[in-house]
Design a protein around this ligand. Structure first.
Ligand code: PGA
Length: 235
């Protein structure tokens, strides 16, 4: 089973979420051994949670979040906690996306607290790492936590070009990914590893058919419902 994460980042208002849904939910879908996770902005989690209840897809599809508070409920103005995410049926959360690390100055310690919160509420954390810093980024986790997370390998420069992008829009080549897979497997032999960075329908098969990858994180290409359906067909 492959995990396909749709990361909408900071895009879409509620009308655009509804439009995406209208296109997406009419398919066509093929029966695939995939688990799709749609990650809208916090403010649209409830809306997407409700929309997901009405879909009839021949594969699993659940709700994800792009971030979570490192703290539990309490005096943390502006934060959205893991308990709140669980309440709207979030199953997965991205922790330490390179854009969060870059623009919001998240540290490995912050990411580790986010993971702790997610695990405490039975939400699967997906920890984003890059080539230069993966040892420090994963260094916060003991073996027990490493067994409970998923890793997303995303070279920041591989992220698609759009407003605010830190990437150049060219996906990593398979040799680079395989080298990273070897290093990551040495650190965390049992942890599922996803790839992210300019995944689209034209290249999705390469990543989705790779036996050592447990799935993909799709940003820009997931924001277009038709293109996202095409990616699912490649699984
Ligand atoms: P991209 O982004 O697919 O637009 O490159 C993926 C991600 O950063 O989650």
């Amino acid at each position: 089973m492959k995990l396909i994460i749709a990361n909408w980042k900071a895009t879409k208002n509620s009308m655009e979420v509804n439009q995406w849904w209208q296109t997406f939910s009419s398919g066509p879908f093929e029966k695939k051994d995939v688990h799709v996770v749609v990650n809208p902005a916090f403010i649209h989690l409830q809306l997407v949670s409700d929309l997901l209840k009405s879909v009839h897809a021949p594969f699993q599809i659940t709700l994800g979040a792009q971030d979570v508070s490192p703290f539990p409920d309490g005096t943390y103005t502006g934060a959205v906690t893991a308990r709140m995410l669980k309440d709207v049926a979030v199953t997965h959360v991205i922790a330490g996306h390179s854009e969060r690390r870059r623009w919001f100055h998240e540290t490995p310690q912050d990411v580790s607290l986010k993971v702790e919160q997610a695990l405490h509420h039975d939400i699967h954390p997906i920890v984003s790492v890059d080539r230069e810093n993966f040892r420090t980024q994963l260094g916060q986790f003991d073996d027990e936590s490493l067994r409970q997370i998923m890793i997303m390998y995303e070279p920041p420069e591989a992220i698609s070009m759009m407003a605010g992008s830190i990437g150049k829009g060219t996906s990593a080549d398979i040799a680079d990914i395989e080298e990273m897979l070897t290093s990551l497997k040495r650190l965390a032999p049992e942890t599922p590893i996803l790839y992210g960075g300019s995944v689209k329908s034209a290249n999705a098969k390469t990543f989705l058919s790779h036996s050592a990858l447990s799935g993909v994180v799709v940003g820009t290409a997931s924001m277009d419902a038709q293109e996202f359906i095409k990616i699912l067909h490649e699984a």
